[in-house]
Design a protein around this ligand. Structure first.
Ligand code: GDP
Ligand code: MG
Length: 162
């Protein structure tokens, strides 16, 4: 069985950067502004002999209007399709309302979830992680996607579950 890994989280947390790390491609558009990836994007990757499929999403903002609603739909669809959900949050900005909105949705799904705190580079990890313990989605995992820090061990822990 080839596991399908969905990357979800609000815009700008680093989903496309992580997608590129996992697929070793520059296919997913990485941007300095929010909401650029508006559709789901599929890629395949391999860790040693273990193949997997990864889905990049536009992000969930937690608001129910226009483009935001469309992005939320895409994220929910990706979650439905996935065997593993990587819920990305931002260690710089901390916990937001949009994170809480998505967390509430995820708690109702019967999916394997990894709570991933990105952008922990140059920060005290204890401070970056403090907010996220209370989300009730398990132990948060620190990474820095742009620095490739924590990325391989995260992927290993996901693939080990299958
Ligand atoms: P997405 O909207 O969730 O797909 O986020 P992107 O992957 O497009 O990244 C949004 C911004 O965050 C870009 O400017 C990235 O370079 C930056 N970014 C992503 N990962 C990290 C990280 O680990 N550390 C820092 N400092 N910036 C990051
Ligand atoms: Mg993106």
């Amino acid at each position: 069985m080839t596991p399908v890994i969905a990357l979800v989280g609000r815009p700008n947390v680093g989903k496309s950067t992580l997608f590129n790390r996992f697929t070793r491609s520059r296919d997913a558009l990485v941007a300095d502004f929010s909401g650029l990836t508006r559709d789901r994007k599929y890629g395949d990757g391999k860790l040693e002999d273990r193949p997997f499929i990864v889905i990049d999403t536009g992000g969930v903002s937690g608001f129910e209007e226009g483009l935001d609603a469309a992005m939320a739909e895409q994220s929910f669809a990706a979650i439905d399709e996935a065997d593993a959900v990587l819920f990305l949050v931002d260690g710089v900005t901390g916990l937001t309302g949009a994170d809480a909105f998505l967390a509430e949705h995820l708690r109702k799904q019967n999916k394997k979830i990894w709570l991933v705190v990105n952008k922990t580079d140059g920060r005290d990890p204890d401070v970056a992680m403090a907010d996220f313990h209370e989300m009730g989605l398990g132990e948060p995992i620190p990474i820095a996607a742009t620095h490739n820090r924590g990325v391989l061990s995260l992927l290993e822990s996901v693939l080990e579950a299958f």
